[in-house]
Design a protein around this ligand. Structure first.
Ligand code: MG
Length: 272
């Protein structure tokens, strides 16, 4: 496995990420980013200059908010019906952007997949994911769903129902905890054959008795994931992709310092 960083266009500079001592990662494209030829050329030359490899381009969308669980349900990914068409189009454009950079995969949060397989939203999202998978396949890419907003068995059944060989999983252990959807280690073992990329993020469970509340993100190693056991499990399942440090706090300086410390922690655990 190789240690990398999850970073965002418009928020992070590639030189700053490379200075953390990594040479690979995942590039996030926010909904507000305009995918012009100049933007593509800028990233192409930056990646060449820094000798940096992107494992994934991650797609986020205009109008998404992660404030609390009901807001996530209402705004994130492919679940909100009113934005499905524009987000499908945007995902195709991000796939094409990634292909032009030679990136072998795209990913996103598709939002909360309903438990009920006959639910209209479930069927519409399944069909949308099939179409995006087919578009990604035409670009030689995988399409990875990020874990956390549903339990591992629901995600596994959704993969099975979708029936596309290039549909994969971006495994984020902290999300399983932040959304209260299950033990991340057990989930990783269950989803292992489908995991194409990994986030190294930590967090604590939602507070008891506060409905709809999310847990709290923590510095890597300071939350409830159990990062040592997580890395051991990655070794156990013979995971050979990238492990990308993700830190989502606003404070820029603190965020970069936390990412640096997380990269060092992962290096130590990887060697053990
Ligand atoms: Mg993540």
């Amino acid at each position: 496995m190789e240690i990398g960083v999850m970073f965002w266009a418009g928020r992070d500079q590639l030189t700053e990420i490379k200075a953390l001592g990594v040479a690979c990662g995942q590039l996030g494209i926010g909904g507000g980013v305009t995918l012009t030829p100049a933007f593509l050329a800028e990233w192409k030359s930056a990646l060449e200059r820094e000798q940096f490899r992107l494992a994934t381009v991650v797609c986020a969308y205009v109008g998404e908010s992660y404030a609390d669980i009901p807001t996530v349900q209402r705004t994130v990914g492919f679940i909100p019906a009113s934005t499905r068409a524009e987000r499908e189009q945007r995902t195709r454009e991000v796939s094409d952007f990634a292909a032009a950079l030679g990136v072998p995969g795209i990913g996103c949060h598709i939002g909360f997949v309903p438990d009920d397989r006959s639910d209209g939203d479930y069927l519409a999202v399944r069909d949308m994911v099939r179409r995006i998978c087919d578009h990604a396949a035409s670009n030689g890419q995988t399409f990875a769903l990020e874990t956390g907003q549903e339990a591992a068995d629901v995600l596994l059944r959704f993969l099975d129902d979708t029936g596309r060989g290039n549909l994969k999983i971006n495994f984020d252990p902290a999300n399983m905890i932040l959304y209260g959807t299950g033990d991340p280690i057990a989930a990783l073992e269950m989803l292992a054959p489908h995991v194409v990329s990994v986030h190294a993020k930590d967090g604590d469970w939602p507070p008891r008795g506060v409905a709809g509340s999310l847990g709290t993100e923590r510095r890597l190693g300071e939350g409830s994931v159990g990062i040592k056991r997580f890395v051991e499990t990655l070794k156990c399942i013979a995971y050979d992709g990238t492990v990308n440090v993700e830190r989502e706090i606003e404070d820029r300086t603190q965020r970069i310092a936390d990412i640096r410390a997380a990269v060092e922690l992962l290096r130590r655990l990887h060697r053990q």
